[in-house]
Design a protein around this ligand. Structure first.
Ligand code: ZN
Length: 237
């Protein structure tokens, strides 16, 4: 159990994060670089935040993989709340098998799909996980890019002696999901037009009270635990 020890955590998980950067640059980026003259810079961040952002002045795409995200996806309890877990399960990527290896391979595809979505001009504020995004993501997996990234990560991790399990995680019962949430956690819920991003004010028995920024002040929602997700793209710049 490495949770709670920043030194040990980052010594194990930072090199895995660097492999995600390598996979994105070597396997996925060639699919996009033919379509524009932009550049890509991938990096490993200190926290959980994992996101794609684009700087139009420099024509620079940046993808950040948070070292705490890499850590969270090693174990069922902490992996359960992430959007990538739900996507693999619901959309049957990798046959629907949620393992640390598949979660990390899928995370590369997810962030890269945001890059392609941005290139297509189909990324809208408040609706980043829209129909166009899932069309791109489905295509990436259907073309076998998820499997290529998965193979790359498995081989490179083994070569470097980094632990990266391909064993399915036993996900916790969603009804006992309360323990995953803390006051202050950044979350989202809803789809399409009703998509909301906010932070947890209070953890209740079956819901969380979530504060979302509004035009004036904030709006509060009581959101069932089963509908809450951690936002991979916490920074949707
Ligand atoms: Zn996303």
């Amino acid at each position: 159990m490495v949770t709670g020890c920043p030194m040990l955590s980052s010594s194990l998980h930072r090199p895995l994060g660097e492999l995600l950067c390598d996979a994105t640059e070597q396997i996925l980026w060639p699919l996009a670089s033919g379509r524009s003259r932009g550049k890509l810079h991938c990096r490993v961040g200190h926290g959980q935040a994992t996101y794609h952002r684009y700087d139009p002045r420099q024509g620079l795409h940046q993808i950040t993989y948070g070292v705490r995200m890499v850590e969270a996806k090693q174990q069922a309890e902490s992996a359960a709340a992430w959007l990538s877990t739900r996507e693999i399960t619901r959309r049957r990527y990798f046959g629907g098998t949620v393992s640390p290896l598949n979660l990390l391979a899928h995370t590369c595809c997810h962030e890269f799909a945001h890059l392609l979505q941005q290139q297509d001009g189909k990324r809208y504020h408040g609706s980043v996980h829209n129909g166009h995004f899932y069309q791109i993501l489905d295509n990436l997996h259907a073309q076998g890019q998820g499997n290529r990234v998965q193979g790359f990560l498995a081989e490179q991790a083994q070569r470097r002696g980094l632990p990266l399990s391909d064993q399915p995680l036993r996900l916790p019962d969603p009804t006992s999901a309360r323990a995953q949430w803390r006051v202050g956690d950044k979350v989202f819920f809803g789809e399409g037009q009703s998509h909301r991003v906010g932070h947890i004010l209070r953890v209740n028995r079956k819901t969380c009270t979530v504060a979302c920024p509004a035009l004036r002040g904030e709006l509060r929602y009581r959101v069932p635990l089963s509908l809450l997700r951690r936002e991979e793209a916490a920074l949707t710049a």
